[in-house]
Ligand binder design. Structure first.
Ligand code: CMC
Length: 427
């Protein structure tokens, strides 16, 4: 007999089935809760609520495990190319050589954006935040690619996926070139997907771009590590926007806005700014540790803590090693790194952080690598978005294929009731 959970309310006993995932995690299926009892649940921040069943990404916060479609993040970061991982996440299995070649060819065919998009980008001031420009340009893509996706047609769905995979790196690179005041350039169909990202971002107009293998390897790893993270804030946004049957590009543009916030993808920028501020203030890490622990001070140690990981963030472990390699190989001696190392050591040995299980997360180290690669701080979250794109697509596709209902949470109303209306001249 399948397991269930009983709820006693008003002397009546109600029964709800348990659902079990393939890694044995269990949840209470409360789909009939309101119909049976008249009650709803209250769970701000969805700390205890599952919004869907998903086959894409498995995350065990207690053990510090992360798997994409059953493959460990360590193996993928070590042996795979970002485009293979994108294919895996979106379509469910690792591609054969023929499948990967076709995916790359199809992306190459779509790797142009309408020239008029340049006009939109040009109208932003140079000081505009690249994430704002990226969200706008992604939304603008819907205007230049108006056909809506027929989710019942595999071909239609595939074409939409290929189109966004092809066009997104171009607009991401353009936001970087705008910040740097460089001429906008194009995708090169003779290069791989990751090489294209590097050349579109870094190529100078007056010289040939020669890919540095260290840079390429670090970029590939960073993109893979950011590619999906189950039902996080931006992914939930993409799913919920898509659940109204808004198109793929529109849903992803909403995800970009969700990612921007400093408690989510914007943390990588916030980490670097925090490290720079501590360095400029004399590098006294103890002072900032004290501020982070002081409940009357809003300061938080950016890059520490995670909603789900209550052990170590497995992505942080991989990226920390990569950060050391990049800095050694490129011969970079950065005072910011000393501040980072000091904070990390103190936090790992501090009772406040240990008791609350606050460990360095992926963003603590990713910013250090981006900085070493010469990427401006305000571009860090765009780099996160580039990596997260396949995850957003995979989750959107799964949601539409499963024909999930429109996302529409309930609430507990705590406002005024029955106030007598007074016209403006009587107030
Ligand atoms: N510095 C100081 N105290 C912290 C921090 C921090 N970075 N993070 C959590 N705490 C404390 C918090 O004050 C609370 O203390 P108490 O129990 O005494 O009230 C306790 O730890 C639990 O925190 P919470 O805010 O209830 O935890 P949450 O799960 O709601 O928040 C978080 C998770 C990531 C938003 C939070 O840890 C945070 O703000 N971290 C800094 C921002 C950051 O690095 N974000 C990137 C996340 S990784 C990238 C991604 O996947 O988006």
């Amino acid at each position: 007999m399948s397991e269930s959970v009983q709820l006693i309310y008003n002397n009546e006993t109600f029964e709800f089935p348990l659902v079990e995932g393939t890694e044995n995690e269990k949840g209470i299926d409360i789909k009939t809760l309101r119909a049976q009892t008249g009650l709803v649940t209250l769970d701000p921040g969805f700390k205890n609520s599952g919004s869907c069943k998903s086959e894409v990404t498995y995350l065990n916060g207690e053990k510090g495990e992360l798997k994409y479609r059953g493959y460990s993040i360590e193996d993928l970061a070590d042996g795979a190319d970002f485009l293979e991982v994108a294919y895996l996440l979106i379509f469910g299995s690792l591609p054969t050589k023929a499948q990967l070649d076709k995916f790359q060819d199809d992306i190459n065919k779509e790797a142009l954006v309408d020239e008029d998009l340049k006009v939109i980008l040009k109208s932003f001031p140079r000081s505009a935040h690249p994430m704002g420009a990226l969200a706008s340009l992604t939304a603008a893509l819907t205007a230049f690619n108006p056909e809506s996706v027929d989710v019942d047609s595999d071909e239609d769905m595939y074409n939409a996926i290929v189109a966004i995979m092809a066009k997104f790196p171009i607009i991401c690179a353009w936001t970087h070139r705008k910040v740097k005041g460089l001429p906008l350039n194009y995708y090169d169909c003779n290069l791989s997907y990751v090489d294209n990202i590097a050349q579109m971002m870094f190529r100078l107009p007056n010289r040939e771009y020669v890919a540095n293998p260290i840079v390429k390897n670090a970029l590939n790893k960073l993109l893979i590590l950011h590619a999906d993270h189950e039902q996080n804030c931006s992914t939930s946004t993409v799913r919920i926007v898509g659940s109204s049957h808004a198109g793929l590009f529109a849903s992803i543009s909403a995800g970009i806005s969700a990612l921007w916030g400093p408690l989510h993808g914007g943390a990588n920028q916030a980490v670097l700014e925090m490290l720079e501020a501590i360095d400029a203030d004399g590098g006294d890490t103890k002072k900032y540790m004290a501020k982070a622990k002081d409940k009357s001070d809003p300061f938080r140690l950016m890059g520490f803590g995670h909603r789900v990981y209550k052990n170590f963030d497995p992505r942080a472990r991989i990226i920390k090693k990569s950060a050391d390699e990049v800095l050694n190989d490129l011969g970079i001696n950065d005072p910011i790194l000393e501040v980072a190392k000091g904070l990390e050591q103190e936090a790992l040995n501090d009772a406040y952080f240990v008791d609350r299980k606050l460990y360095p997360n992926v963003d603590f180290y990713s910013g250090i690598i981006y900085r070493a690669l010469g990427i401006p701080t305000e571009m860090f979250t765009v780099m996160f978005a580039l990596g997260r794109l396949p995850g957003w697509i995979a989750q959107w596709r799964e949601m539409r294929k499963n024909n999930e209902p429109i996302g529409r949470p309930r609430q507990i109303f705590t406002g005024n009731t029955n106030l007598p209306f007074q016209s403006l001249d009587q107030r």
